[in-house]
Write a protein that binds this ligand. Sequence first.
Ligand SMILES: NC(=O)c1ccc[n+]([C@@H]2O[C@H](COP(=O)([O-])OP(=O)(O)OC[C@H]3O[C@@H](n4cnc5c(N)ncnc54)[C@H](OP(=O)(O)O)[C@@H]3O)[C@@H](O)[C@H]2O)c1
Length: 324
Amino acid sequence: MVAVRVGCFAEFGDATVMRVEHRADPGRPRASQLLVAVEASSVNGTDLGLRRGDLPPVTWGRMPFVPGFDLAGRVLAVGPAVTAFSPGDRVAALLPHRGGGLAEQVLVEQDRAARVPDEVSAADAAALTLAGLTALQALHRQGRLRERTGPGGRPARVLVSGAAGGIGSFAVQLAALEGAEVTGTTSRGKVAWVRDLGTHRVLDRRAEDLDAQLADAGPFELVLDAAGRSRHRELAPHLAPGGTVVSVRPLHPDVLRSLRPGRADFTAVRTAARSADLAHLVHLVATGRLRVPVEHVVRLDDVAHAHHLAEAEGRGKVVVDLTA
Ligand SMILES: NC(=O)c1ccc[n+]([C@@H]2O[C@H](COP(=O)([O-])OP(=O)(O)OC[C@H]3O[C@@H](n4cnc5c(N)ncnc54)[C@H](OP(=O)(O)O)[C@@H]3O)[C@@H](O)[C@H]2O)c1
């Protein structure tokens, strides 16, 4: 047995509770598992919420808890039932709800992984996985973007609230790739950055006349609350007839009850580990059609700093390098 390093927290709190520990390696892969030598794992809003103690208690009984919901690395060994991968393959993978990706070695089911070509870096592949899958599935599965157009066949108008975050920064690009007219909201200092991602219109979410600006940009066939922080009653008036709001957070039943009688439909995305979706995203990156907005790559020893950066900046992606 070999000791491997993990990033973890033993108590809820600010970024300073993050630390590095040594654990026993995860052992041989069984059945359809891959053993991956992790090169990169990204910091997602979910990691930050869990560390603060704000999210449902997947951490209960698991302290010190190892967060990390995505990873990229190289397959070290495969279980006897693995058909799709071999040792040496470069892969990205989505971890299940118990996390654990922020570790030098991880066991993951083969159907949660996709192959990564040499032209896509491990940092980009890791940063893409949870946030990109969530954006893709919110737009296309929950939001059915491909079926939507505006009156007279004009392109669908899509509003992404929280457009500078991990999910939001992929969502604005993926919606634009589909031909939609994309409006994003973010805080003032990030407006230019979100515009550079190819967003047609970017609004300061704290502007006094935001409602008037949204009325001017809309109505929207699809609204994605990519930060899970929007006041949904305020978005509803900006929806086109038949429009949908997709949120990254489940809506409280009371909120749902108060909204459904109107013309709007509200739904929440629950990210699914679909290899085909991940392979599609990796292909978009490899062919230069999707940019992975990695703002910082931080070594594992500085994992507390990685969490601090992700929380303080809330712009694009922060990646932890597990090879350094
Ligand atoms: N449903 C699922 O399966 C699923 C999967 C993954 C993640 N999530 C959830 O999705 C959320 C976002 O994840 P992420 O990784 O994209 O997070 P992130 O990278 O940390 O981004 C969060 C963004 O929220 C924006 N924001 C902060 N306060 C806001 C407010 N009051 N109104 C609107 N925007 C606000 C921030 O930018 P500005 O302040 O500039 O706007 C920031 O860009 C997290 O809560 C996470 O738990 C859900």
